[in-house]
Design a protein around this ligand. Structure first.
Ligand SMILES: [Ca+2]
Ligand SMILES: [Ca+2]
Ligand SMILES: [Ca+2]
Ligand SMILES: [Ca+2]
Ligand SMILES: [Zn+2]
Length: 457
């Protein structure tokens, strides 16, 4: 495992170097026709047919339907200047054309044939879609929101319309203009589309996959494609122009095709028609400067080393953090006054988790005592990590990290998928009662304070 991690880190460095030389190409502003990107639709088989690939999710939220087109206000990072606006209630383009076509009055997200109101099921899916997109962009300083920002300002607002009628455009899952987020303030460049009628009738995961992908285009990404050893792109859409990680059911690139895998992930890999140049997608989305999106990564957690690890008291209320890249490690410190039962749990995002979490415990002299990183499978429990056991009195470090990514062959260079996303740390510390014999010797006064199990938190 450490071998794979080192390899991943090395590839990340190579990709950074590649990006520096490529900065101008990445920063070019959008032109509508030449940078048009379709995302292939999937058959509209309906939610009862075919696997939903949502086996990593918690139970869906229960909503009560209002019958109107009112969407709850969801904000993943309130106050952030940059916004990715998920627009579920339709948009009216009037006579304005989008890529030489006429969206007109695009209807709301709709799965029940009533585009005039959201049902409880539609509202539940809207929350899941927002939550999934928020997870995908959780490492960035951008607010994924259902609240209309009211502008199309460059480097401020990306507008993703989730609509139930693709007929004005065609039978695809979505479409966007590359780099539209950075372009001059206008509705056309800044608006991208996800067509729920081509996404298993608005199934939450498939719809979110399309939104994440189209937003990736707005932020300047091209398709992660599959190449042979000569750097020639493989034929076909799925697995060729849109890489699917050899039809993996656990992980595939967001900018390839992620509909058929449990997790869509950001990649370091060759894109478009160039099999030789690695694109580090996180660094493109999070790039700073005139020719970049300019919102950057969200601030990292303060514990970037053993020395800076903040003291915590694990409690049942989860504490949120983000693993921003494969190599990000968040350090924490906890102290035990006496031998204690310690329970720690690193949960992942409720919907569309993309982090494969790893939990490690170190001694006060930074010796590794324990690692938990269950082998990746098609279960939520393979993404979470935890510890349950008794530890002697002392100072301990807790390191929360990613499994470290997944690299696979893609012609001239491997592709690396980023195991990144939000985590939620919870736990408890309970002092262990001394041996009964010791209590008897200690006498009554001591007995009262040390012989019962005492909650330290
Ligand atoms: Ca709207
Ligand atoms: Ca409806
Ligand atoms: Ca972090
Ligand atoms: Ca795991
Ligand atoms: Zn695309």
């Amino acid at each position: 495992m450490s071998r794979q991690f080192n390899r991943t880190a090395a590839l990340a460095v190579m990709a950074l170097a590649a990006l520096v030389g490529n900065a101008c190409a990445v920063g070019l502003l959008a032109t509508p026709e030449s940078d048009l990107h379709d995302y292939p639709g999937i058959e509209n088989t309906g939610p009862s047919e075919g696997p939903p690939y949502d086996f990593y999710d918690a139970a869906p939220p229960v909503a009560s339907g209002g019958g109107t087109l009112t969407v709850p206000a969801y904000n993943s990072l309130p106050g952030a200047h940059a916004k990715l606006f998920l627009d579920f209630d339709g948009v009216n383009f009037g006579a304005t054309q989008w890529a030489s076509r006429s969206p007109g009055a695009a209807p709301a997200y709709d799965i029940d044939g009533n585009p005039g109101g959201f049902s409880a099921e539609e509202l539940s899916r809207i929350e899941q879609i927002w939550s999934r997109v928020a997870e995908a962009y959780s490492m960035f300083n951008i607010n994924v929101t259902t609240v209309n920002p009211g502008n199309y300002n460059p480097k401020e607002s990306a507008h993703l319309v989730i609509t139930s009628d693709s007929t004005w455009y065609g039978a695809v899952g979505g479409v966007a203009l590359s780099g539209g987020f950075r372009s001059a303030a206008n509705m056309v460049q800044h608006t991208a589309w996800a067509f729920s009628d081509n996404l298993r009738n608005g199934e939450a995961k498939a719809t979110a996959d399309a939104v994440i992908h189209e937003a990736g285009h707005l932020f300047g990404l091209d398709h992660q494609a599959a190449f042979n050893e000569n750097g020639t792109r493989l034929p076909g859409a799925r697995g060729g122009a849109y890489d699917d990680n050899n039809a993996s059911e656990t992980q595939a690139p967001n900018m390839g095709v992620a509909y058929y895998a449990g997790r869509g992930q950001w990649a370091i890999g060759a894109a478009g028609s160039n099999g030789f140049t690695l694109i580090d997608e996180l660094n493109v989305i999070g790039g700073l400067g005139t020719f970049a999106n300019d919102f950057g990564y969200a601030p990292d957690e303060p514990g970037v080393s053993f020395e800076t690890a903040p003291l915590i008291q694990p409690v049942s209320a989860p504490m949120r953090g983000v693993i921003a890249r494969n190599e990000d490690v968040d350090y924490y410190r906890f102290e035990l006054e006496r031998r204690s039962d310690v329970s720690l749990f690193v949960d992942v995002a409720p919907y569309g988790p993309t982090l494969d979490a790893k939990l490690q415990i170190y001694s006060s002299d930074e010796l590794l005592l324990y690692t938990d990183d269950p082998t990746l499978a098609t279960s939520r429990g393979s993404l979470t990590a935890g510890f349950d056991g008794a530890l002697d009195a002392g100072v301990y470090y807790l390191a929360i990290a990613s499994h470290g990514g997944y690299a696979y062959d893609n012609g001239p260079h491997d592709r690396v998928l980023q195991d990144v996303g939000q985590y939620y740390l919870s736990g408890s510390i309970t002092a262990v009662a001394p041996e009964p014999a010791a209590c008897v010797v200690a006498g009554l006064a001591t007995l009262l304070t040390t012989c019962r199990r005492r909650r330290l938190v």
